[in-house]
Design a protein around this ligand. Structure first.
Ligand code: MG
Length: 256
């Protein structure tokens, strides 16, 4: 069922979203060659808890077959697309790209956001991938208005990414968000314009293109969580939680 949020709920979503964005802005400051992904996780978790919120990803378990996710952020480097597990032995290196995904629960409402950051100086191909992915998210947000459809959002991402010779990951999607991190509907990053469910004012969704510099096929690592590109190409992931209105979408996770 699609939940339409009240004004009061939107205020709570805005607060949760702002805190989520603040975590990412803190990560941007801390990312440098030599830091481990576990150090980033500790910094993020501490910040979330000091702000009276709960790290939504910690111990998240989508199904019985899966082990609970052990950390507060997902930290996915280079060919890792999403769900990378922070590790005390995984150190960032000059030239890497790292996708940080974070979710918080504040006063019973969720925020979800992600951004891919350069570690020091990165090559032109990686710069392009980041630019294309972020731009595809902007275009998708522009399409996220009442009376447009889910297909309009997916088309906006796919059309721009493929025009720029990038791959659009199919196996993972954005989602509705509210009291729960994952609510209906699913929000695919591909599709045909004017197709699928019609968007309504008061819906809150997380839009999160996962884009590769090669083919779009992915695989899951033996740890059961980390998603990698099959062909070893790089991947980027940008995500914002947004609220849909009649004539625009409000970004609830305004990371810089
Ligand atoms: Mg999400």
């Amino acid at each position: 069922m699609i939940k339409i949020k009240t004004q009061n709920e939107l205020n709570l979503m805005r607060a949760a979203g702002k805190l989520t964005a603040d975590v990412l802005d803190l990560m941007r400051e801390k990312i440098r060659p030599g830091i481990s992904t576990l150090e980033l996780d500790v910094i993020a978790e501490d910040f979330i808890r000091r702000n009276n919120a709960i790290p939504a990803f910690k111990n998240y378990r989508p199904s019985r077959e899966m082990t609970p996710f052990p950390a507060s952020i997902c930290a996915s480097i280079n060919d890792e697309v999403v769900h990378g597990i922070p590790d005390s032995n995984r150190f960032l290196q000059e030239g890497d790209i790292i996708s940080i995904d974070v979710g918080v629960v504040l006063n019973g409402y969720c925020g979800d956001a992600a951004c891919t950051y350069p570690v020091g100086e990165i090559n032109q191909e990686r710069r392009n991938l980041l630019d294309v992915t972020q731009k595809s998210l902007e275009l998708a947000i522009n399409a996220a208005v009442a009376k447009n459809t889910l297909g309009d959002i997916g088309f906006a991402v796919q059309n721009y990414a493929e025009k720029n010779h990038c791959g659009v990951v199919r196996d993972y999607t954005g989602h509705g968000i509210g009291k729960k991190m994952h609510e209906s509907p699913q929000v695919p990053n591909f599709g045909a314009a004017h197709s699928g469910m019609t968007l309504r004012a008061g819906m809150t969704i997380a839009i999160e293109p996962m884009i590769t510099s090669g083919k779009y096929d992915v695989k899951v690592a033996p740890n059961g969580w980390t998603v990698l590109t099959k062909d070893g190409s790089d991947a980027a992931h940008f995500e914002r939680t947004v609220a849909i209105y009649e004539d625009h979408a409000e970004v609830l996770t305004p990371w810089q």
